[in-house]
Design a protein around this ligand. Sequence first.
Ligand code: RP5
Length: 161
Amino acid sequence: MKKVAVIMGSDSDLPVLKGAFEQLKKLEIPFEAHVYSAHRTPDEAASFAANARENGFGVLIAAAGKAAHLAGALAARTTLPVIGIPVKSSTLDGLDALLSTVQMPSGMPVATVAIDGSANAALLAAQILAVEDAALADKLAAMRKSQHDAVIAKDAAIVID
Ligand code: RP5
């Protein structure tokens, strides 16, 4: 199976990525996590993205806050799909990172999830890999079924006083 790369702009983003790591582990998807900054270590970030395909990665997840250029900077160096997570790390509640991540120019897509939406980033990465992986698709279907059943149980249990 192809690996997922989880790149964060700073180690201060690590707590936000807990949800992504949980989902990737649950689905038994191999992944690597790295700290590369579009601004503080631009050459390392670019080199990682440029070599990601030959290094066995299938999807890149990029989490960054503030003027969050990491996802776009990685996308500029690879044709692998890049998923951006805007991180709520500033006085602007993550809106700065959301706009910096989502407003990519034509021809250079970044699939942007919600502010701090790391679990969904991992699930989207899994769905991309599952296009060519029936066993992974089955695991995702089972997760959806259990999610469905949990809501049905909550509906049955609801009591209004
Ligand atoms: C961004 O700036 C990082 O992704 C992080 O969200 C934010 C703050 O970084 P630190 O100053 O905590 O390293 O580049």
